[in-house]
Write a protein that binds this ligand. Structure first.
Ligand SMILES: Cc1ncc(COP(=O)(O)O)c(C=O)c1O
Length: 387
């Protein structure tokens, strides 16, 4: 076993794929410290800048008086009034009759999919879906069919060929994709789900707080989505996750979903911060408006400089290709005071290593212009090196 571990680590290092943990200290305002140096942080999902908002800190601090931990799982004695209030508020926010809070997005996806599906069922899953969705499908034992990314035509082909061979069928997609920043063709997927008698689940981790009426995401207005999963940990600046759905599915999950049942519930301070974030998202729409306008501006500037840029959201992936090249570009930008971690396989497909530039409300247009200029300089420097 030890030899296998050493060999693995060596191989990862040779391929530019070794991951290391780096100690950081968040400063708020889109900045952070690492190794005694200040950086502009372009690798955080704190899209609206709410994680350091005083309203969240105040709400969390007040709730600490009732205890640091919740002391039990929901079904024992950990289902506090605040958990139920958060569930009612989330259901309303998402336009669904009910919702259930989970300890994390990872636990939600793994638990929900493996509770809903089993042997004899089929899952139709976008090829670029998050690892937590992939793991939920694996754990379920259902047969998985992966459709080409955002390709409703390919999904239809698979449904026509395979759907009738299985008892139940689930279609699952992210609405805003975490590594590509692009948006699923939800209306077409809803039509297919109806035509082929499937259940539709979407993951709104990166859409919630940013898109839709009051920042409620993309799934509510489209209708026809059976389970809307999302997180409090990204644009909402808090922690935890939820599934907004029917009362029956909620009850079913309470009775069957192992990642929900067998885990201590979120502490009151976290729930209080999540509630404060839901208020802020509704009260301060300018945060998402400024963010999306800046993202459009930044993407256009990068394209004008000849960068290969993907997406239609606050997530701006710049495709570099090779793993080592992505690491080198990230290191160059670090030298200029930007924290942009490279994303490499298996998180993204082979040959598509990238800088996933994650914009937040705290990044001013001036900072974005400076980043574009410095990225241009990085490319010119590497051209000079290879000439
Ligand atoms: C699309 C998607 N779903 C689920 C998760 C997991 O959420 P959490 O970080 O709350 O576990 C993530 C987080 O990276 C994500 O990007």
């Amino acid at each position: 076993m030890e030899r296998r571990i050493d060999a693995f680590l060596e191989k990862q290092a040779e391929g530019g794929l070794l991951r290391c943990l780096t100690e950081v200290f968040p400063l708020g305002g889109g900045k952070m410290l690492s190794g005694g140096r200040e950086y502009v942080n372009f690798s955080s999902n704190d899209y609206l800048g709410l994680s350091s908002h005083p309203a969240l800190a105040r709400a969390a601090a007040d709730a600490l008086s009732s205890g640091a931990g919740s002391s039990a799982s929901r079904l024992m004695s950990g289902s506090t009034q605040s958990h139920h209030i958060l569930e009612d508020r989330t259901a309303r926010f998402k336009g669904k009759p009910a919702s259930l809070v989970f300890n994390s997005g990872y636990q939600a996806n793994v638990g929900i999919i493996s509770a809903l599906c089993g042997k004899g069922d089929a899952v139709f899953s976008d090829r670029l879906n998050h690892a937590s969705i992939v793991d939920g499908i694996r754990l379920s034992g259902a047969r998985c069919f992966r459709f080409r990314h955002n390709d409703a035509g390919h999904l239809e082909e698979l449904l026509k060929r395979e759907r009738n061979k299985y008892r139940g069928a689930l279609i699952v997609t992210e609405t805003v994709f975490s590594m590509d920043g692009d948006i699923a063709p939800l209306e077409a997927i809803v039509r297919l789900k109806r035509a082929h008698d499937c259940v539709l689940m979407v993951d709104e981790a990166h859409a919630t707080g940013i898109f839709g009426k009051n920042g409620s995401g993309l799934a509510g207005p489209a209708g026809g989505v059976d389970i809307i999963m999302g997180t409090f940990s990204k644009a909402l600046g808090g922690f935890g996750a939820y599934a907004a759905t029917s009362a029956a599915v909620r009850d079913y999950l309470v009775n069957t979903c192992r990642s929900f049942i067998y885990s201590t519930s979120l502490p009151p301070s976290v729930i209080a911060a999540d509630l404060a974030a839901l208020d802020l998202v509704r009260r301060e729409p300018h945060r998402r408006e400024v963010l999306l306008a800046n993202a459009r501006y930044f993407r256009d500037k990068l394209k004008a400089k000849g960068f290969q840029v993907k997406g239609d959201s606050q997530i701006v992936p710049v495709i570099v290709g090779g793993n080592k090249e992505a690491v080198r570009l990230s290191e160059f930008l670090k030298g200029k005071g930007y924290w942009v971690t490279p994303v490499r396989p298996p998180t993204v497909p082979q040959g598509q290593a990238r800088l996933r530039i994650s914009l937040t409300f705290d990044h001013s247009k001036e900072v974005l212009e400076r980043l574009v200029r410095d990225m241009g300089e990085a490319v010119r420097a590497s051209w000079r090196r290879s000439a």
